[in-house]
Every structure is written in structure tokens, then in C-alpha cells.
Design a protein around this ligand. Structure first.
Ligand code: SF4
Length: 121
């Protein structure tokens, strides 16, 4: 029988940053402790099984006073695809005018997630 293993995480759900411990046996979650609210447990369960992140970054823009426009993924993407997304964004230049919420790229790096502007330029 395999031994239990503790995974220690810092919750990113809010500025409190609770320290959470997930007790695992192989790939099975035995317990989640240290979270102050249910969001922390949900975060911890996802983080040890299928971690995801929102990516916030910038892309080049032409025809604007600023050389770049800030943007983010519309929803979480798998953590392992962050560099694929960053690399895909290095290749493109969008054209002003751009409004907050405009889709700059559809299905970035095959993630199924769009990149949206977070700035008017
Ligand atoms: S567990 Fe809840 S209270 Fe603690 S950091 Fe996460 S979201 Fe905030």
C-alpha cells in the first residue's frame, strides 16, 4: 500500500492567501485542510489534478500611441500551455482602435480560449 503524501499550496483565491494542505494517496485526494472557505478547497482540488491559470500579458498594436495593448485569456487555460500562449502572442500585431473586451485572437494556441483586450487604445 502506498503512503500518503501532503501537497502544500498557497490559495490564490483572494488576498488572504491561506496555506492549504492536500493529503494525497497516489492520485486520490484524501483530505483538504487549511482553507478558510469553499473556494480554497475547489482551488486546491483543481491545482493538484488539473491546474489552470488566467494569463495576463500584452500584444503589439499598430496605429496607437502605445506600442502594446494589455490583454488576458478570457478564461483559465491549462497551466502547461502558458508558454505556448505567450509564444503565440509574440507573433502577432493587432490594429487600433481596440476596446476593452474586444477579442484579439480566437482559440489562442489551440486552447479553445480567446484573448481579450483589457485596455482601450
Ligand atoms: S481559502 Fe478562501 S479565504 Fe483563504 S485565500 Fe482561498 S479564497 Fe481566500
Amino acid at each position: 500500500m502506498s503512503e500518503n503524501k501532503n501537497v502544500n499550496l498557497t490559495c490564490i483565491g483572494c488576498p488572504l492567501g491561506c496555506s492549504i494542505t492536500v493529503c494525497m494517496q497516489d492520485k486520490e485526494i484524501i483530505s483538504v485542510t487549511g482553507n478558510t472557505c469553499p473556494r480554497g478547497e475547489a482551488y486546491a482540488r483543481k491545482e493538484v489534478t488539473a491546474p489552470t491559470r488566467i494569463v495576463t500579458t500584452t500584444v503589439r498594436v499598430s496605429g496607437a500611441a502605445s506600442p502594446v495593448v494589455s490583454c488576458k485569456t478570457k478564461s483559465d487555460i491549462p497551466k502547461g500551455m502558458i508558454f505556448d500562449v505567450i509564444n503565440a502572442l509574440k507573433e502577432i500585431t493587432v490594429t487600433a482602435p481596440i476596446k476593452i473586451g474586444d477579442i484579439l485572437i480566437k482559440d489562442v494556441a489551440g486552447t479553445g480560449v480567446d484573448i481579450v483586450a483589457t485596455q482601450n487604445v
